[in-house]
Design a protein around this ligand. Structure first.
Ligand code: NAD
Length: 351
């Protein structure tokens, strides 16, 4: 493949930055977009030089000029559309969360393998400069044994517009957990390079959105008074095979001093770190008693870009390895399933 022609399925809030990022790659171009809301699709097309608008995903997938698709729709449609796209012979970059559950996700990855097509989930937080820098140090064993990590993305009022699909279990699968928690969970496991969870205990809560509180405003889908019945706070404790542990806390709405708080903190025997911003904490070597805190602003990046789309395109062109592997994406989905099950049963879940 010399260039990659894209189709976008879904013309919501995130489609704008996706189209722009893809079109910035010298060897890629967005050729078409589809959305049941034709006006929204036309707006994204007009704003991003996308020549063709299709009314339905099926029409876009039948376009023989399209090599790859980006799927950014309500979560319920992620896995079914990914399967449809793979069946039509397209490579797929799918928005997070991967699927409504592990079984659905596995069907997608099995089909991609059978068809010999490239599939990834676009976990954009992994590509940020700070993420790349801390991950590079972890890969060199800089931190010693990483025995614990804390992942959190906590918003005071960050529910995407109330009354839309985002707050509905049938359409979204979960709330803050699938919207922002999944980012920090994925980023944390990636940075500490530990995708071997053995058990999870978690609890989800619905305390604000169901009272009409905590709206943040994200999303372009129309308000339709859709019932809010997902988590607006979730907390989990994950044990890994090597004894390391991870905590995850995420909220769309809760009482806190600031609007937003998000980070991954890792605890190693030789050093600790935060990822946002990338900072290192350790004993100084000389004299031993002096404690060092330093940032990583001047350390080189491991990738020539900070973009999930450019990684996917470069992988299709044979120039880079995919950063988000199928196995890792499945593991994250397995943990999310575990949190839901643990919350429903009040027990720790073996994975
Ligand atoms: N990676 C990130 O940082 C990030 C950020 C925002 C959203 N997202 C993800 O992107 C997806 C879309 O989010 P959004 O904020 O754009 O939502 P949105 O509500 O703004 O837009 C969703 C769009 O999907 C369309 N749609 C509904 N059913 C469809 C179907 N069957 N086929 C095609 N289009 C369909 C709707 O008409 C709407 O235009 C979600 O899964 C969300 O989790 C990811």
């Amino acid at each position: 493949m010399k260039t990659v022609n894209f189709g976008l399925i879904g013309a919501g809030a995130i489609a704008w930055s996706a189209a722009s990022a893809i079109n910035k790659h010298a060897k890629a171009k967005v050729l078409a977009i589809s959305d049941p809301n034709a006006e929204r699709a036309r707006e994204v097309a007009a704003g991003n030089n996308i020549p063709t608008v299709y009314a339905a995903a099926e029409e876009l997938l039948a376009d023989g000029d399209i090599d790859a698709v980006y799927i950014a729709t309500p979560n319920k449609f992620h896995a079914p559309l990914a399967r449809q796209a793979l069946s039509a012979g397209k490579h797929v970059i799918l928005e997070k969360p991967f699927a409504m559950n592990y079984a659905e996700a596995k069907q997608v990855t099995d089909l991609a393998a059978k068809k010999g097509l490239t599939f990834t989930v676009g976990m954009n937080q992994r590509f940020n400069a700070d993420s790349q820098r801390v991950r590079a140090l972890a890969a060199k064993n800089f931190f010693g044994e990483i025995y614990h990590a804390k992942a959190y993305w906590l918003r005071r009022a960050g529910i995407p517009r109330l009354g839309t699909w985002f707050g509905n279990k049938t359409l979204a699968g979960a709330g803050s957990l699938y919207d922002i928690g999944v980012h920090m969970l994925d980023l944390c496991l990636y940075v500490i390079d530990n995708f071997e969870p053995v058990s999870v205990s978690g609890q989800t809560y619905t305390k604000f959105g169901n009272r009409g509180l905590g709206e943040g405003g994200w999303g372009h889908s129309e308000r339709a008074n859709i019932k809010f019945d997902v988590d607006d706070f979730a907390s989990a404790f994950i044990r890994c095979k090597n004894g390391a542990t991870v905590t995850l806390d995420t909220s769309w709405a809760r009482h806190q001093a600031d609007d937003n708080r998000d980070n991954v903190e890792l605890y190693g025997t030789e050093a600790g770190a935060t990822v946002r911003p990338a900072k290192i904490y350790r004993y100084g070597k000389n004299p031993l008693s002096k404690y060092e805190v330093f940032d990583l602003n001047n350390t080189p990046l491991t990738l020539p870009h900070q973009c999930r789309f450019h990684n996917f395109i470069n992988a299709l062109l044979g120039k880079e390895k995919l950063v988000v592997t199928v196995a890792q994406a499945l593991t994250v989905q397995k943990i999310l399933d575990g949190i839901a099950k643990s919350s429903a049963t009040g027990r720790e879940v073996r994975l």
